[in-house]
Each structure stands twice: as C-alpha cells, then as structure tokens.
Design a protein around this ligand. Structure first.
Ligand code: 8GP
Length: 826
C-alpha cells in the first residue's frame, strides 16, 4: 500500500522523470533494457518485431519527461486549449517522426549498428496507423504536429479504430480490399488509460417534468451504454521540449450490460452484446467525400464526441470551474460535420446535467465551437434522418428541434414574410424524409465557419451556404490548408533537406517562409546541379522500392509524372488515363515516331471506396492500360505506367520527393483545397493543374511561368453546365480524342474484351459529370508545354527550385497561425 507521504517524498514520485542519456551508449543501454524487460527476450534471440517494439519504446522514453512536463505546465497555466474534434487522423508511421522530433536519428542509427541491426529494417516493420481516408484525416495529423511545434495547448480527440483504412491489393487488375489489422503485432505508441474511461448512452426515451420552481427538466433514460476507453498518443513538437496529446477512444462493453444477460444464462447472447458495443470503434468507414448515412457511423460520431466533451469538462477542468467561462478554456474545432453532434451534446450537458437555463447554455455553446467544411460536393454534406437520430439519441433530437425553432424565429425577424427562405435555411429538411442537415446545425452554432482554400471559402459562401453568409457575413472566413514540413520535407526528403540546410541554414524546418532565401540560388548553375542530383537520387530510391515492393521495373531517368490521391470522378484520373492512351496511340498508329516522345513514367496511387463501382472500374482500366503499355516494345523506353497498390502516407513519403510533375487536375470548383499539391511543390515538382482549390494560390505564389495551368475556370464550368454539356459532341469534334477513346473502347487493353471497358467509356461519352472530355484538348496542350519545358533541364530545375522557394506559405504552421488569429483567439 502506498501512503500519501511516499507519493510526494520519493525523488521519483513527482518528477521530473529522468530521461536516458542522448548518447549512443545511453541509447544502446535503454534499447537492450527494453528488449529484456519490455519484450522479455535477449538480443540474440529477438525477432525483428521484438527489436522494432523495443526501439519504439526506447524512443518513447526520450519523450516521456517532456510529455509529463507539458501536461503539468498545461494544468498549471490553464491556457485556452484547442480541442480538435476529428473522426480521422491519418498519422503515418511514428518511429521516424519521433526520432526526428527528439533529434535522435543519427544516435539511433549508430546504436542499432552497434547491436548488429539495420535500423531501416526496423522502420519497415511499423504498420502505419491508417485512421483516416485521405486529405481530411491527413490534415488533422499535420495540424496537431504544428500545434505541438508552436507550443499551443491542443488535445486531438478521435477514434481508435481497430481496423483503419483497408489495405488495397490488386487481383486480375481489380481492387481487392484486405482488412487492416494494424494492431496485431502490438502498438508501442499508445497508452491506455482505463481510469479515464467514460460511459456513453444510446437509445431509450426522454421525459420532461416541471420543478417546484416552474423550471422544466428533462431526463433521458437510455436503453444501452458503452464504455469509452481512451488511448493516449504522444504528439511531439519539433525539438522544443513540447509533447501534446492525441486522445483516441475505443469502445468496450459495460459489465452491467453483459451481466444481465449472463445471469439469464444465455452466454452466446452475452458475447454478442459485447460485440455490438465494441463494434463502435471496430472499423473506419472507407468512404471519402460521399459518406453513407449508416447507423453505426452515427454511433461512432456520438461515441467519440460524448467521450471527448465529458473528458474535458469533467476530467480536465478543475472540479469547481465556472462553466460560464468555458470558452476561455476551450475551443472545439469541428473537422467537417462528423463531430457536429457535439453541439446538442454540450447543450444537453449544460441544461440537463449542470442546470443552466437554455439561453445561457446556448450563449456558452456558441462560443465554444468553430466549424471547418472540407467539401463542395453536395452529396458529401451529412444529413441524418430524424427517425434514426431520434431512435439513437432522442434527447439530442429534441435539442436540435429547439435550436432550429429559435434560429428560424431569428430568420423570420430578419426577413419577415419570406417563408421560402425559412424553409431553405431550416436545419431540418422535410424531403424526401425528415432529416437533420448537419452542416446547417454547425453553421448556426459555430462562432466561425471556414473553408480550406480561398476559392473554396468563396464558393462555400456563394454556393453552399449563401443564405447563411448573407445573414452572418462576419461568421465566414478562410484558412488555406497547409502541410507539415517536418514529415513531408525533412523526414521524407532527407537529401533535399540537407541541401536546403547547407544553403540557408536549418531554420526553415520551423519557419518555412525562410525558403524564400533559396530564390537567388535558382540562378546558380552549381546549385541547380546539386538540386538535380537530389531529385535523381530520390528517383533511384523509388525505383528500388517499387522493384522490391511491387516487382515493377521502371527506367530511373524518365520524367516522373505522378497522380496520387483518392480515386474519385471529380479528381479526374480518367483525364490522366486519356493522356497516356493518346500518347501511346500516337506511337502505335505511326503518327509520331517513338523517339519524339519524351520518356515518362506515369505513377498512380489511389484507393477507391469499396462501394464506389465506377471508381473501381477506373482502377481496373488504369491497370489494364499499364499492362499493355509496359509490355509493348513500340513504346519501350518511352512510356511506362506504374500503379503500386495501397497508396498511403508511407508510400507518399517515397513518391513525392521523386516526382518531377504533380498532377492536380480536378474539375474547377470541385476540389476544396488539395494538400498533395502543396507537398509536391515543396519537394520541387512542377504542377500541371486546373484553377481549383489551393492550386490557385500555389500558382499565384510560384508564378505563372512555373506552373502549367489548363482547363475551364469555375465560372466557365457553371456556364457550360447552364448551357447544357454534351460529351459526345466533344468526342465527335476532336479527332485525337476520338481516336483515343476508340482505342480504349476497342478492347485493345483488355484482350479484346469491349465489355470490360464499357462502364468507363460509356460514362465518359454519355454522362461525364466532371467534364473530362471538355478539358481534354486543353490538357493535352498543357502536357505538350510540359514536354517542351522538360527538354531544357536547366530551365526546368530553375522552375523547380522556385517552386520550393516560394511554397513556404503552405506550411501547416502558417495555417495554425491563421486559425489562432481568425478563429480560436487562443
Ligand atoms: C478533403 C478535400 O477533398 C480536399 O480538397 C482537402 O484538401 C482536404 O479535405 C483537407 O481539407 N475532403 C475530404 O477528405 C472529405 O470531405 N472527406 C469526407 C469524409 C468527409
């Protein structure tokens, strides 16, 4: 039994925790200790996994003192905290990042050599936590990295999915999804905290009674509950002694829940019940952009949001905290609509549990939330049927109705007699069924609403939420996305980083605007030479990786033309595919001698949502074209196509530094921002892109001469839509397009099987919702400009260097400063 005196008197009891010596000897000793005492094995008998886990736990030890110290400091200073609420965090591998943050890369490498271990083998052992789909989840990971580096108090709240985004494999050129059991070999980066677990309720009914003093009180009697168990992850700042926390929730069955059924003697049923509860955090929904209104998804959303609010209000704030000051201690940032159910949850906590009057609770709530929208696709705006919401969360539905009633009163006061407007703005839709528009709820409650790039924020105001932006113009703002230079330059591109640091010092890692200092070197022939050597070495590294990983044989000297992102029609992977087929067609039809074709390697990386059939057909077609192009001697040494399976953060870190050309070719007005576009520019690739999302800002900053712009603008798209778009007419009018599509349709790439290409070809000819054919000609012309530019290596390198030098704005550190100033006021 430990007495209270002991807790404080022992030197190790209240810290500071002793950090192992940051020397090779200190590292080796800690590592061997972890192997012995943590893994229960000897170096001589250990497996690669033992060694990886011991290495990870060793690195963890170097972070622990700072983590505990940061926590203590945060409790003492009581500063305003950012509660980042996100259903997704696409973290990427932790080991390399944490070695970088602690400045232990070199020490660890030598220490492992001393132990006879190749550290690269251990790094490769880590399965990346794929707890996100794409841009939105990766953005959350970049943001928490930046906040730690800037020493801003932040708790990232999310879900510890047992299965992350599926692992993609190809069978007969078709995508096959394999479950991602990322936890199966152990996860050294998480700390379960059962003492902080939270009970979450679902279902049941509500009852309103009136107090003696005439106040209405609502009681919710739920009919089932689950436990939320938090797992803490370290979020280290870059070499600044700060370690923030990411708190991910895992669902567990409650004992009471089981016992009832156990006692009735039905063991199998009891276990089933347990499974139902634990299903909540079982799997990440793999839909990117087009979520489905599934009950389990709503359960996930409420689950993590209820845990997070409870955690902050009841377990983080001092017990006597005056909740009228809540906004001085927290701002909850809603990462898209997924956590929006937090709004009625906070109202419920304040009114039903803490006894606040409705108006006062609403005043508090409005100051505690801000909302970021990440899309322009109407189908991506979540809408929950009132029937489902009421069945799962009856009290929350009542609260939403009341919020809506009072809001619509406000609309009526501002616009008397305009019932059409009232219907348009209602949080509750009535058709095709009664449903809750989560984006509207977020907009009504939030202190600020932001889009993620200038164009997107403008379209959000004008097209998605026009009535709201007229009512509350000052509520709307923009924060252009950013990416962390730690992971996507310093870690992913060591060679470029070393060159940058040799040239301008290492300040750029935490102050990316310093890249500007590189500009004069664009005119220095010696520097351009070094820059090209870096790119070439990165290409060779990639070539080796793809040979080993995918059995792909790629010519390392060709232009590397890369399109990596989720597979979606609006992103237009088919436009890229048509370009490849047209180049191939030119050669095999004899119109262009092969020697005149610029050697290019086209690389695709893309996962399709498992239920998105057309997207999967597009993947099939890319693979089919790759098979034929790669095997045809007519284009050997000129054109090759690689589609490595399972594009993820780990692969991005290898691909992006090697790229010459970045493909950002969405239909204008559809890509909210893009963040891959920023990563490529920062790694010295030139962009071919439309005037969409953050491309607009990239082009403005790097300069028109260093960016290959093509395609319709957003107003032109609008105009064409209004006029009526007929893809078949475009097909008829452009002989090169006709020849390209005819070659595809002929079955040339599918062993004569015309049926196999029909889904994609027919869609292009008769629907083409994202106007691929309309932009085909402009795209090909732009690609011809790319070829011409690439023919002059010196001019190309100059442009590439200027892309790096002028992209410092796209650091997520800058995004965080913008959020702090415009939204969080923290
Ligand atoms: C993405 C946008 O598509 C992308 O343009 C943007 O860069 C990124 O968010 C970060 O802001 N949106 C999503 O990933 C998204 O809407 N996901 C759906 C699951 C909601």
């Amino acid at each position: 039994r430990i007495g209270p005196a002991f807790r404080t008197s022992h030197p190790l009891a209240s810290g500071p925790v002793v950090q192992p010596a940051p020397t090779v000897d200190g590292f080796v000793e800690t590592f061997l200790g972890e192997l012995n005492y943590g893994q229960g094995t000897l170096l001589s008998q250990s497996t690669v996994n033992d060694q990886y886990l011991a290495l990870a736990r060793t690195v963890r030890r170097y972070l622990m003192a700072d983590w505990l110290e940061t926590g203590t400091r945060r409790r003492q200073t009581q500063q305003k905290t950012v509660g980042y609420l996100s259903a997704e965090y696409l973290l990427g591998r932790q080991l390399g990042n944490n070695l970088l943050a602690t400045n232990l890369q070199d020490i660890a490498q030598v220490a492992m050599e001393r132990c006879g271990i190749d550290i690269a083998t251990l790094r490769a052992q880590e399965v990346e936590p794929g707890l996100g789909n794409g841009g939105l989840g990766r953005l959350a990971a970049c943001f928490v990295d930046s906040l730690a580096t800037m020493d801003v108090p932040c708790i990232g709240y999310g879900i510890r999915y047992e299965y992350g985004i599926f692992r993609q494999t190809f069978e007969a050129d078709r995508q096959v999804e394999v479950p991602d059991s990322w936890l199966s070999l152990g996860n050294p980066w998480e700390f379960p905290h059962p003492e902080r677990q939270v009970l979450v309720s679902f279902g049941g009914s509500t009852e309103t009674t009136t107090d003696a003093d005439g106040r209405e009180r609502c009681t919710w009697t739920p009919d089932w509950q689950v436990i939320g168990m938090p797992y803490h992850y370290m979020v280290p700042g870059h070499r600044n002694g700060v370690v923030n926390t990411l708190r991910l929730w895992s669902a567990r069955a409650t004992q009471a829940f089981d016992l009832q059924i156990f006692n009735s003697g039905d063991y199998a049923q009891a276990v089933r019940a347990q499974t139902t509860a634990e299903n909540i955090s079982k799997v990440l929904y793999p839909e990117d952009s087009t979520p489905q209104g599934k009950e389990l998804r709503l359960q996930q959303q409420y689950f993590f949001v209820a845990c997070s609010l409870h955690d902050f209000i009841d377990n983080t704030l001092p017990a006597d905290f005056d909740l009228r000051r809540l906004h001085q201690r927290i701002i909850f940032q809603l990462n898209d609509t997924h956590p929006v159910i937090a709004i009625p949850e906070l109202m419920r906590i304040l009114v039903d549990r803490k006894g606040f009057a409705w108006d006062e609770a609403w005043e508090i709530t409005q100051k505690c939330f801000a909302y970021t929208c990440h899309t322009l696709l109407p189908e991506a705006l979540e809408v929950w049927s009132a029937e489902l919401l009421g069945r799962l969360l009856p009290r929350h539905l009542e609260i939403i109705y009341r919020i809506n009633e009072e809001f619509l009163e406000e609309v009526r006061e501002a616009h008397p007699g305009d019932e059409m407007l009232v219907r348009r703005m209602s949080i509750i839709a009535e058709h095709p069924e009664r449903a809750v528009r989560m984006a509207y709820l977020a907009t009504v409650a939030a202190s600020k609403v932001n889009g993620v790039a200038e164009l997107h924020s403008q379209l959000l105001r004008d097209k998605v939420l026009p009535d709201f932006s007229r009512l509350w113009p000052e509520k709307f703002t923009n924060v252009t996305n950013g990416v962390t230079p730690r992971r996507f330059v310093r870690l992913a591109n060591r060679r470029l980083s070393d060159l940058l640091t040799e040239t301008i010092g290492d300040g750029w890692v935490t102050d990316l605007d310093r890249l500007r200092e590189l500009e004069p070197y664009a005119d220095d022939a010696g520097f351009r030479e070094q820059f090209r050597a870096v790119k070439q070495a990165n290409k060779e590294r990639l070539t080796t990786l793809l040979r080993v990983r995918d059995g792909l044989e790629l010519p390392p000297e060709a232009m590397l033309d890369v399109m990596v992102k989720r597979l979606h029609e609006y992103k237009r992977q088919t436009l890229k595919l048509l370009h490849i087929v047209s180049l191939y067609d030119d050669v095999v039809s004899g119109r262009v001698p092969a020697e005149q074709v610029t050697p290019r390697t086209f690389v695709f990386g893309a996962k399709a949502a498992p239920g998105y059939h057309l997207a999967k057909e597009i993947i099939f077609l890319i693979n089919a074209v790759a098979d034929v192009v790669n095997a045809d001697p007519a284009v050997a040494g000129r054109l090759s196509v690689a589609f490595p399976a399972n594009y993820n953060v780990t692969l991005a870190e290898k691909l992006i530094p090697a790229a010459d050309l970045s493909e950002q070719i969405s239909l204008a007005g559809k890509e909210a921002s893009g963040t891959g576009n920023m990563k490529f520019a920062l790694n010295g690739a030139l962009t071919i892109g439309t005037d969409d999302g953050a491309n607009v800002e990239i082009r403005r900053l790097v300069g028109d001469e260093h960016f290959f712009l093509f395609g319709m603008t957003e107003p032109e798209v609008e105009e064409l839509t209004a006029r009526g778009y007929t893809p078949s007419a475009v097909y008829e009018s452009d002989p090169q397009l006709r020849s390209t599509i005819d070659l595809l349709a002929s079955g040339h790439f599918t062993g004569g099987d015309r049926q196999a290409v029909a889904p994609v070809v027919d869609n292009l000819l008769h629907q083409d919702s994202f106007m691929v054919l309309a932009d085909f000609r402009a795209y090909l012309d732009a690609q011809a400009r790319v070829d011409a530019a690439y023919a002059d290596p010196d001019a190309w390198s100059r442009s590439a260097i200027l892309n790096v030098a002028r992209s410092g704005y796209f650091s997520s550190d800058r995004s965080m400063r913008d959020y702090l100033e415009r939204i969080w006021h923290a």
